[in-house]
Design a protein around this ligand. Structure first.
Ligand code: ATP
Ligand code: MN
Length: 469
């Protein structure tokens, strides 16, 4: 085969690909379909760089190797040399007139699971090793990349530093959920103490360790030195919640800012979410249009609404009054002090305000120990951002910076001081008012893709009884 530089389909289909027009080029990818007759074959080729395929036209008569042509079926992988020309047919601006084709890999039509189109998302979940080759998952994973990039861009441009917090943690004080144990002990033959308990002194770290449920506590340590930091990494929760919104392994973004109060915190969360969504509207137009067509006819309209409207801000207490006065019957009854369920959150966002809502000042008893106590002694300076279709997408707060008040809360919640002595010390030495929040990356992915199940927005979902791929 003549050696030519490989071009990405993305670049070939760009409006200004004219410098390549009428030139000999190479393209490599996976065959989506092959059709035609005994004179001409049309191959739709996709290399994952863009949702669209490039059409490869083969003049069958002048193409000597028809044994090879027969093997070019859906799913096979080929390398094509040919001339990029303006398309004669409808549906595409340019196409390739093939001169040479090399077959890298066949895909037996009798056995290839993606031979036919139109599989359900449930079925595709069972073939997570192949589903990236579908239009839907190509779009989702490109959007996932763009969103990750936009997150780093937003923080970098705003003077935040990316802090890598540990994945293996020795603290289980966060209390955000059940944890996965990390151990090298022989589970068939556990070392025991004199009292008959497992002897973790003999474990790898000389103590009990787990996979982290959040990078926040360590993030705070960074903020109290670098001022503005963010984390962006995997977190793990061993809860048996088999819902369309929970994963056992998911990614979280947790900015933490010294000298921010709860209002600065809300401003940051709002402008952050708006930036991310405008970035996608600008950079992922084709993929969003595809997802809108296939899954959610209001997707782009809903994304624009986020960018264009001011988020409604009100207290938990006011929200409870609205919910009670609504006369609406909820599955979980509402009264002051209850933790809001997503049906309540969605009522506020979708029925009451018809825009994103930020709720503040939640009862202390339903929130974590590190949230700053309000003067009323009953509520804490929490702020949750609620989105249409999702409910809570961001949870954050101003943090308690007072040493004695924080110690009080820790004891009240039954956390051992010696487990968080290092966290407490930041309030002893140069404490500062500070705030932060956590954004569940896959919850945002659900929102921006319009898909309904969180297992479809991460390449290899981890959920109870599911870790095959
Ligand atoms: P939920 O009530 O939905 O279980 P949570 O109160 O446990 O959420 P936090 O501990 O506040 O959530 O975590 C911060 C963010 O991480 C949440 O706002 C949400 O976006 C996301 N999140 C929490 N748990 C999961 C999970 N199991 N899978 C995916 N994302 C999650
Ligand atoms: Mn939870």
């Amino acid at each position: 085969m003549v050696l030519l530089q490989r071009q990405r389909v993305f670049d070939l289909l760009k409006k200004d690909s004219s410098s390549l027009l009428n030139k000999e080029i190479n393209v490599k990818g996976w065959v989506r379909t092959r059709r035609g007759n005994k004179n001409v074959a049309f191959i739709a080729l996709n290399d994952g760089s863009v949702i669209h395929n490039i059409q490869v036209v083969v003049d069958v008569k002048s193409f000597k190797d028809d044994e090879l042509l027969r093997k070019i079926t859906t799913g096979s992988c080929i390398s094509v040399n040919g001339k990029l020309v303006q398309s004669q047919g409808q549906g595409q601006a340019v196409e390739i007139q093939a001169t040479e084709i090399v077959l890298y890999g066949t895909a037996d039509p009798e056995k290839y699971p993606l031979q036919k189109k139109g599989h359900t998302l449930e079925f595709l979940r069972e073939i997570a090793h192949l589903r990236p080759r579908t239009n839907t998952f190509g779009a989702v994973f490109r959007i996932r990349h763009a969103l990750s990039f936009a997150i780093h861009k937003f923080f970098n441009d705003s003077g935040f530093y990316y802090l890598h917090t540990p994945i293996i943690t020795g603290s289980d004080a966060e209390g955000a959920g059940a944890m996965f144990r990390v151990t090298t002990l022989d589970l068939e033959n556990l070392p025991k103490t004199d009292e008959g308990k497992v002897d973790y002194n003999q474990d790898f770290f000389g103590k009990e360790t787990n996979l982290t449920v959040s990078g926040q506590l360590e993030g705070e340590l960074g903020a109290l030195a670098l001022s503005n930091i963010y984390t962006f990494g995997p977190t793990f929760r061993a809860e048996n919640s088999n819902t369309s919104r929970h994963l056992s392994e998911f990614w979280m973004i947790e900015p933490e800012m010294a000298f921010y109060d709860i209002h600065d915190n809300m401003d940051l969360a709002e402008s952050f979410l708006k930036f991310l969504i405008s970035y996608l509207l600008e950079h992922c137009e084709d993929d969003l249009a595809f997802l809108q067509k296939m899954y959610d006819s209001e997707l782009i309209e809903r994304l624009k609404l986020i960018v264009d409207t001011h988020f409604e801000r009100l207290t938990y207490t006011d929200a409870i009054d609205i919910l009670i006065d609504s006369g609406h019957t909820f599955e979980f009854p509402v009264q002051w002090g209850v933790d809001l369920q997503s049906e309540h959150e969605r009522y506020l966002v979708e029925q009451q305000f018809k825009k994103p809502v930020i709720l503040t000042d939640y009862p202390r008893d339903i929130k974590a120990f590190y949230m700053k106590l309000n003067d009323d002694g009953k509520t804490v300076r929490a702020m949750d951002v609620l989105f249409p279709k999702i409910g809570e997408i961001v949870g954050g707060s101003q943090r308690e910076e007072d040493y004695e008040k924080l110690r009080g809360r820790i004891n009240e919640m039954g956390i051992h001081e010696e487990d968080v002595w290092w966290y407490l010390e930041t309030r002893k030495f140069g404490t500062a008012p500070h705030s932060g929040f956590g954004l569940g990356f896959e919850r945002l992915m659900l929102f921006v893709t319009g898909l309904g199940n969180i297992r479809d927005v991460i390449p290899f979902p981890r959920s109870p009884l599911n870790a095959e791929f």
